[in-house]
Design a protein around this ligand. Structure first.
Ligand SMILES: NC(=O)c1ccc[n+]([C@@H]2O[C@H](COP(=O)([O-])OP(=O)(O)OC[C@H]3O[C@@H](n4cnc5c(N)ncnc54)[C@H](OP(=O)(O)O)[C@@H]3O)[C@@H](O)[C@H]2O)c1
Length: 312
């Protein structure tokens, strides 16, 4: 099979398109014929070797953590999936930038019928991150107000829609060209962070979702009401500042979760969540995708096309 492989950590140029043997699923795994694979800002970091110690990545490595495709083969202990099922998911150990990859039943769910494989591949990691941050950890409830930084990015665009589906009031930030997207996704108040300090418009919020860090996180403690919550995707939280403001918080580390993905599927089928794919590149242009992912200014999601999308 064809796969994008790295043999040495480094910049995007270390990616090589190679012909390698298909992986063989173990008893608790399925082999998925990949049709499309998502791109995430973590990909250039993984390729650079930043996570080698932290998460135990090792070489050679095939990136690709978001996949949509068709089950080609099942291990003997697989009970929920069968050959021919269309699936999508976040695969913890990557391998998605290839014609075939391995997944477990805990990582993939049936693909929403209303989405193409290309759109489906954009959803899992970003939507699960937003779900786990807002629902599992921050317990965002109906009627509460959430401030979502980076609302036009991969996670932010899912977070706005999940929060709205939850019945929350959404304040979201992005730069000038992305104000339209914030509104289109359902934000009640869109803030252009290049023109206005968010703290001038967002006060006493129940929850902050922070995918940006640095100064954005620093200034976020003061906009959360007493008893409120900050969920950050990119930083450690300052315990003293949280205590001073009487708030709580957590640093999020997204995990694959097929049950939660099935809940997300229901929201997609109910038209409460849509995929926001702004760029589709062939697998052979994965280097370009890594360069774009590293900018932290992607609008919605980027997807790599691995095979023709059968539109089902
Ligand atoms: N901890 C975890 O488990 C986890 C999971 C997923 C992602 N992450 C991390 O979370 C971050 C976001 O991921 P993503 O997939 O959403 O990234 P992304 O698709 O690159 O989106 C980033 C968004 O942030 C916006 N942005 C940049 N600077 C900003 C600022 N100062 N204020 C407000 N918005 C700003 C950008 O909008 P403009 O272009 O309009 O500026 C862009 O839409 C990445 O660093 C990623 O690695 C962590």
């Amino acid at each position: 099979m064809k796969a994008m492989v790295i043999h040495a950590y480094g910049g995007p140029e270390v990616l090589r398109l190679e012909e390698i043997p298909r992986p063989e699923p173990k008893e608790n795994e399925v082999l998925v014929r990949v049709i499309a694979a998502g791109v995430n800002p973590a990909d250039p970091l993984i390729v650079s070797g930043k996570y080698a110690k932290e998460f135990g990545t090792h070489l050679p490595l095939i990136p690709g953590y978001d996949i949509a495709g068709v089950v080609e083969k099942t291990g003997s202990k697989i009970t929920k999936l069968k050959v021919g099922d269309s699936v999508y998911g976040y695969v913890l150990w990557g391998g998605g930038w290839a014609e075939f990859t391995i997944a477990t039943e805990g990582e993939v769910a049936l693909k929403p019928k209303s989405l193409t494989f290309t759109d489906a591949a954009s959803v899992p990691l970003a939507a699960l991150t937003a779900w786990q941050a807002l629902i599992d950890v921050a317990h965002l409830g109906a009627g509460q107000t959430v401030l979502i930084h980076g609302g036009s990015g991969g996670v932010g665009s899912m977070a706005i829609q999940i929060a709205k589906a939850r019945g929350a009031k959404v304040i979201a930030t992005a730069s000038t060209p992305n104000q339209d997207l914030l509104k289109e996704l359902g934000a009640d108040l869109a803030i252009d962070y290049t023109k206005t300090k968010f703290e001038e418009m967002a006060k006493d919020v129940d929850v902050v979702l922070d995918p940006v860090g640095h100064d954005t996180l620093e200034r976020s403690y003061a906009v959360v009401k007493k008893g409120g919550f900050i969920a950050t995707l990119v930083s450690r939280l300052d315990q003293e500042k949280m205590e001073a403001h009487g708030i709580r918080g957590a640093s999020i580390a997204v995990k694959p979760n097929a049950e939660e993905l099935a809940e997300i599927t229901k929201l997609i089928e109910a038209k409460k969540i849509k995929a926001v794919v702004t760029q589709v590149l062939p697998l052979t242009e994965a280097v370009k995708a890594l360069q774009q992912a590293a900018t932290h200014h992607t609008r919605g999601k980027m997807v790599l096309r691995v095979a023709e999308d059968p539109k089902s």
